[in-house]
Design a protein around this ligand. Structure first.
Ligand code: ADP
Ligand code: MG
Length: 331
């Protein structure tokens, strides 16, 4: 029922940035090597995510747009931890809050397209596209004026979209990303671009840091790579001299997923507490990998909080590894 769909959708899609997150995660799950994100008016009037991933067969398009249909649960009904999606909620939720068109092509077949507007699904029609998928979402929240009011300025929403894209780009160095603002029509303006980084993990990560955080960071970062109690912490943390006036450039990932978690941000702050004044914020890109049973990364579908079975272990690992690395460099 359309009303129930809209209520559920509000949980997943709060603003353009959350729609972009779901669509880019789907593209990553599809094995894309290049992902294009176009937005107009902060994503309020248009979001378009195109990928060169595996595509969706024409016959499966209606299924992809149906609630709780996912191709990402394995035979034992367990979440495939190597993919982002698992609830099968994103596409139907997006279709409930905007006008959605999905166009896709799998190898050896013609492209096909399917539109959903106001909760009504159209017919699958022939289309033109290279192998991969393009999802277009127009007029976000047109049917829910109450939500429209809560959106911020185009500029603020575009900033939030950029942040989401950068976090996912940091998580996936081997994938290329181009974020364009097409508000004025035409080719638009490139807001963020990162080409696929080949090579070993740390090399690729380090070059991707250049794109995401900036050249100075890569030059001023300490390499972290340590394991304790079954948890691996790796990535880069900047020297105190490269701190910021706001906590903006802190990129944290748990099992490959970008997270914004108070406990982890707190641990990062604590690690630098002896070497940074309270009004300065460390810059870091840190990955925590552990057995998926030790952490719940799906506390809330849209918010990126995590719940460790033993939060003390993760916190202690971050604080001690960073303090140790800083001390080795004379801080
Ligand atoms: P989930 O990601 O949780 O499975 P979604 O609603 O986001 O749920 O997507 C539903 C299904 O549609 C996916 O399981 C996948 O099979 C298919 N799909 C969505 N986006 C893409 C894409 N960009 N490329 C290929 N398949 C996709
Ligand atoms: Mg998904």
């Amino acid at each position: 029922d359309a009303a129930i769909n809209r209520i559920a959708a509000g949980e997943v899609v709060e603003r353009p940035a959350s729609a972009v997150k779901e669509l880019v995660e789907n593209a990553i799950d599809a094995g894309a090597t290049r992902i294009g994100i176009d937005i107009a008016d902060g994503g309020k009037t248009l979001i378009r995510v195109s990928d060169d991933g595996c595509g969706i067969a024409a016959d499966d398009l209606p299924l992809a747009l149906s609630r709780h249909a996912t191709s990402k649960i394995d035979g034992s009904d367990l979440l495939n931890i190597h993919t982002f999606g698992f609830r099968g909620e994103a596409l139907p939720s997006l279709a409930a809050v905007g006008r959605l068109t999905i166009t896709s092509r799998v190898p050896g077949a013609d492209a096909a397209s399917l539109k959903v507007s106001g909760g009504r699904m159209g017919q699958v029609t022939p289309a033109a596209l290279g192998i991969g998928t393009a999802v277009e979402l127009r007029e976000l929240f047109f049917a829910t004026p109450a939500r429209l009011k809560f959106m911020r300025s185009d500029r603020a929403e575009a900033q939030a979209v950029t942040d989401v894209v950068k976090r996912l780009a940091m998580a996936e160095p081997s994938t290329g990303f181009v974020l364009r603002d097409v508000s004025g029509g035409g080719e638009g303006r490139i807001v963020f671009r990162a080409d696929p980084e080949p090579g070993d993990l740390f090399g690729a990560m380090h070059r991707r840091l250049d794109r995401v955080i900036g050249q100075d960071f890569a030059d001023n970062a300490l390499r972290i790579d340590t394991v304790r109690d079954g948890i691996r912490l790796f990535g880069y943390a900047a020297l105190p001299t490269y701190s910021r006036g706001a906590a903006v450039a802190q990129y944290l990932f748990v099992n490959g997923r970008p997270v914004r978690d108070k406990m982890l941000f707190g641990a990062l702050r604590a690690a630098y507490s002896d070497v940074l004044p309270r009004d300065r914020h460390p810059v870091a890109a840190l990955f925590i990998d552990c057995d998926p049973t030790l952490v719940d990364v799906n506390v809330h579908p849209a918010k990126s909080e995590v719940r460790f079975r033993d939060p003390g272990i993760a916190r202690g690992l971050i604080v001690s590894a960073l303090r140790h690395a800083l001390a080795e460099h004379g801080h």
